[in-house]
Design a protein around this ligand. Structure first.
Ligand SMILES: Cc1cc2nc3c(=O)[nH]c(=O)nc-3n(C[C@H](O)[C@H](O)[C@H](O)COP(=O)(O)OP(=O)(O)OC[C@H]3O[C@@H](n4cnc5c(N)ncnc54)[C@H](O)[C@@H]3O)c2cc1C
Length: 384
């Protein structure tokens, strides 16, 4: 929709095709219905890709401020929730209505409940075979923009069409993986996490040198919450994640102080002066100290608190595409122009948004990539 609105400014006819019943379904359900539509701090460092430089051009030419300007022109009220994340005050539907209005302003068409049965090269352009209800339509076009998204949440209409089209036209793919997704654990660890289900703490979570500090949520299936979703994009099978359950308070210093003042209390009780009670008990159970707080040497206190400051866990996997917010990998950026998103070797074929191997952090970055890359392709088409 973003790309169509921009491409239509060039005066050519634009048609958006979607097999879903409604346009922008992921926008509608995003951000708990309020759509975290961008992030004030968006910059290339917030994106994962085999080529970390690829996103720079589009992100710098159509920025979060450009999108905010558009939102402002449509009278949509918004607020910052946390960490630069911008949400609608009202409803995500306002963002969809805004994009539809932008399309209408340039006369771009939208065909819903329309499936793509095949694409072939026709002269310098393409012929797209469509099925809309009972009727078949062959549409010829000079430019074809693939904006089919990733594999996440197949129930909402995600398909592999974008990847299949890339392969059909000889573009390489970077292997895909579920990202921004809860982590799951084996039978050896799960009961411990299940016992803490429902608890949420501010924590840092680290894997292979990357670290996020946000909320961590214990669930019946494992670990979730923003810090865990973020780290899931960096986690690979066989790696540990290291959790600091008390990033602001040095528990070692705190316990040593309590030992001097009230050494007869149990270690779990002392830990509970900083951590939620159930979690404090869990840390104490894992550390299994002998005796009460007064019985612990400095070295023993360091050993106990390491169970909270550097809790090492090995996930068994992730919840997969069923619940993932995004898909890592996709169309290899090496095959695309970073300025226009056009395939280097197939004139008129463009890939934008999540189908491309550019994946944002949690917090509005993935929509910003969709807007920026869509705008870049639309501009190129309008100018062409
Ligand atoms: C639950 C959830 C919450 C999210 N919340 C946020 C958030 O708050 N902020 C944020 O930045 N990101 C969020 N994301 C990620 C964000 O929604 C996506 O990164 C973004 O929508 C990608 O845009 P896109 O246009 O590339 O693809 P999509 O928005 O996925 O659009 C692809 C479209 O292609 C259509 N399509 C697919 N296959 C076919 C086919 N074969 N034929 C015809 N049509 C087809 C689909 O129906 C769909 O409408 C969230 C994702 C999920 C799943």
């Amino acid at each position: 929709m973003m790309c169509a609105a921009e491409a239509g400014r060039g005066g050519g006819r634009v048609l958006v095709v979607d097999h879903a019943r409604a346009a922008g379904e992921k926008i509608r359900i995003s951000g708990g219905g309020r759509c975290n539509f961008t992030n004030m701090h968006a910059e290339p460092g917030n994106f994962l890709s085999q080529n970390p430089h690829f996103a720079k051009s589009a992100l710098s030419r159509y920025t979060q401020w450009d999108f905010l300007d558009l939102v402002g022109r449509h009278g949509i009220d918004w607020h910052e929730k946390t960490l630069g994340q911008l949400f609608c005050d009202g409803s995500a539907k306002e963002i969809i209505a805004m994009l539809r209005a932008e399309m209408d302003a340039v006369g771009a068409d939208l065909w819903l409940e329309t499936s793509v049965e095949g694409v072939s090269r026709e002269g310098n352009g393409f012929r797209v075979a469509l099925r809309r209800g009972d009727s078949r339509h062959d549409v010829s076009c000079r430019n074809l923009v693939v904006a089919t998204g990733g594999k996440s949440i197949p129930k909402m209409g995600a398909t592999g069409l974008g990847y299949a089209l890339a392969e059909q036209f000889g573009l390489p793919l970077v292997p895909t993986r579920a990202a921004l997704v809860p982590l799951t654990f084996s039978d050896a660890t799960l009961p411990r996490l299940k016992a803490l289900a429902g608890l949420s703490v501010d924590a840092t979570v680290e894997t292979a040198g990357t670290r996020f500090r946000e909320g961590l949520l214990f669930t019946h299936r494992g670990l979730s919450g923003p810090s865990v979703l973020q780290i899931s994009s960096y986690w690979t099978e066989g790696q540990d994640v290291v959790v600091d359950l008390s990033p602001d308070t040095d528990l070692g210093a705190h316990l040593r102080q309590l030992r001097a003042q009230a050494g007869r209390q149990a270690v779990a009780t002392a830990l509970a002066s900083v951590l939620p009670k159930r979690l404090a008990q869990d840390v104490a159970d894992r550390a299994a100290p002998r005796g009460n707080l007064a019985d612990q040497s400095d070295a023993e206190i360091d050993r106990i608190t390491a169970h909270a400051h550097a809790w090492c866990l090995r996930p068994a996997g992730t919840e997969g595409y069923r619940t993932a917010e995004v898909t890592l990998g996709g169309v290899d950026t090496a095959a695309l122009s970073s300025r226009t998103m056009e395939a280097r070797d197939v004139r008129g074929l463009y890939f934008i948004g999540e189908v491309v191997d550019v994946t944002g952090w949690l917090g509005g970055f993935n929509f910003q990539w969709a807007w920026s890359s869509g705008w870049a392709a639309g501009q190129a088409i309008a100018a062409g």
